[in-house]
Design a protein around this ligand. Structure first.
Ligand code: GLV
Length: 327
């Protein structure tokens, strides 16, 4: 019997053709609607490999019924949707898709920063809605980006790529990270800063840290209160690094000037969510890495990792590296 694979979202045929030659492949047939957890629970019982997306919770409960499962290939660099510890305990490889999405996600982060600062979405809607009556001095006037201070919280590869873009805009670059990045300091001129000083000095506070127990709600009411009243908060990492209730209050009370959000605590965010009612919030549907080329590259890495593991080779991009030591 051929090893079997379950893919939790419809992917282009060309991407799965190679897998179909060697393995039994079953795929959830919708591109937009997530596979229900009960369907996933039943499918996972039989398969050797799972190809998942960020919205699939790969829980201990799910893994505990997956008696043949050898690999979960997650189409994302982040893997907070997966209980990695439970997978490792069961000898299941967890793979992600780093590197290929770095520049694309940095592009979107900077696009969101510019759009929020210069009110681009609001201005485009205003024009299309026929509200434009005449040129006026402060019509949709926003905040400058050039030569302002950006504070990047979480200086991984994407953080560094954002910093390179900020350098091109003549910005002063502060960063906060668990470890210092001497190369980024030398090459980009980024300055290491404590979290406290970064949040109080930055005009743009950019959340780039992965979601972990330590980073959950790291942007809370107290933190927003310490930001400049002209500060703009940008989040393209995970919604839960910010306390959305506190963010709403900070925006509503004008403790900060705006927010550009690509990610939310609950996704998809409901259209009647309080944050979406605010004019100074620019909201996107988690599209950080969504260029066609990058999404194809991410699928390709997942496919390659699955093929390698099911044919006895080591994976290309492994999250639970301790798996290699125990083999
Ligand atoms: C997307 O959010 C990712 O982690 O790649």
């Amino acid at each position: 019997m051929k090893p079997s694979i379950y893919i939790t979202r419809k992917l282009p045929d060309v991407c799965v053709a190679e897998l179909k030659e060697k393995f039994d492949v079953k795929m959830w047939e919708s591109e937009e609607i997530a596979v229900p957890q009960d369907v996933l629970l039943s499918e996972v019982k039989k398969v050797d490999a799972l190809l998942t997306v960020v919205s699939d919770p790969v829980t201990e409960e799910l893994l505990s019924v997956a008696s043949n499962l050898k690999v979960v290939a997650n189409m994302a660099v982040g893997y907070d949707n997966i209980d990695v510890e439970a997978a490792t305990k069961r000898g299941i490889y967890v793979c992600n898709t780093p590197d290929v999405l770095t520049e694309t996600t940095a592009d979107l982060t900077f696009a969101l920063l510019l759009a929020t600062a210069r009110r681009v979405v609001e201005a485009a809607e205003f024009t299309k809605e026929g509200k434009w009556q005449s040129w006026s001095p402060f019509l949709l006037a926003g905040h400058d980006v050039h030569h302002k201070t950006i504070g990047i919280c979480g200086m991984g590869k994407i953080g560094e790529a954002v910093a390179r873009r900020a350098k091109g805009f003549g910005m002063e670059i502060l960063y906060h990270n668990r470890t210092r990045k001497p190369e980024a300091e030398k090459e980009i001129g980024a300055k290491y800063s404590s979290f406290e000083s970064l949040i109080s000095q930055s005009d743009f506070v950019v959340a780039m840290a992965p979601l972990t127990n330590e980073t959950r709600h790291m942007f809370n009411a107290e933190v927003f209160r310490k930001m400049k009243s002209t500060a703009i908060f940008i989040n393209t990492s995970r919604g839960a690094v910010a306390d959305e209730g506190a963010l709403y209050e900070a925006l509503e009370q004008k403790e900060i000037a705006g927010a550009g959000l690509d990610v939310f605590e609950v996704e998809p965010i409901a259209s009647d969510h309080p944050l979406l009612q605010l004019k100074n919030v620019t909201a996107l549907p988690h599209i950080g890495s969504a260029s066609i080329d990058t999404r194809m590259a991410m699928i390709h890495i997942c496919v390659e990792n699955i093929q390698r593991i099911l044919t006895g080779e080591s994976p290309k991009t492994l999250v639970n590296k301790s798996m290699l030591e125990t083999k």
